[in-house]
Design a protein around this ligand. Sequence first.
Ligand SMILES: [Zn+2]
Length: 385
Amino acid sequence: MENEIKIIGLIADDAKNFAGLLGKVKITSHKVKDAKRIKDKIKKVSKGDKSILSQDDLDRWYSGMVDNTRIVCSISSSFNAGTMDVSPLINAWNNYVAFVNSLPDTIEYPNTPANQQKVQVIRQKEVEIKNCFNNGDDTVYNNFARELGTFERNGIELENSRNAFENSPSSTNNITRIQNAMQALLNQNNHLGQFSLVTSPRTTAIFQRHSDLITRFQKVYFTDEIDRLRQEYITYNYVVPKRSEFVNSVSGSSYSFAELNFGEYGYALLNSRMIAGLEAIKTSLGNKIAVTSCFRNPKKQASLPGGSSISQHCYGTAVDLRTSNNQTLWNRVAKATCEAGANYVEPQAQSTLDHVHGDWRGTSVGTSYCNTTFAAKDGEMFEEI
Ligand SMILES: [Zn+2]
């Protein structure tokens, strides 16, 4: 499964910040008072001529319905694909509700053709104002739904960039791609956070969808120490080790992790052949030789004076053993390193008398000190000591 996210559950040093950012987003929502009450009130309009004083109420109702409908419909029609805030529409609607509530519960009016016409208009406006409100509400809701779709695509790119970095790291499938995807997701999330919608079952559902997507993408967004370490292998043109190859402890060694990690991270590569070779050297010599360098991250390697661009130290297969400018000691350590199966022991001309470099790179190296006649000779000298 190429799209499977394999690293869910890792603790990231900056994951908490991201979770905090996403968690802070609150989508404002409004509850619109039930329109049914207004409709019921309109139903109560009855014909009659018991009191001519009610003519004022009918006229007020009539003009109020015309005015409020015009305002609500005007706001609604001003909404466009960029509108994020439904509040002006809600305010106009609430004014309309307050107006209707200010009317007497029952209005009896003189039964004249002109009044019947007004009642007809009131009923039409009641339908019209609801439609206008719903249209405006739909516009803002659909805008949110569209932007949420973008948010989901941003998150999928984040997942894809993470998988690509894990499974096929390259100059394009790198940590920058993950960080760019993360930034796009954060920006879009902030954009979503500015929306104001009307509370309803559909907004409850779409907020839940947003929340579910956040939960999903939070699991993959982060970049951690191992990511930054692996990125160095891309940057410095090394073969990129798998995430699982990095360790932060060592077992089966007389040396502690701290004694073997000369990198700038809390993780290192410590090849098992190298660890076994180091133990064999210790057994052979009868004591622990100080390690002057072992694992180095590519950036540190590049910063060393005269450090070769590609070093076995960056793969955790190489170790440097202190020989303190002592020729006899150098010979002993070099011989023991050869006997411990090192693929390459650096000739003294390169390593100097300061240390013996041995590595277990997995393939034999013709120029290894072990292949010279000096090795056997040094060994004999050592036997005589
Ligand atoms: Zn070395």
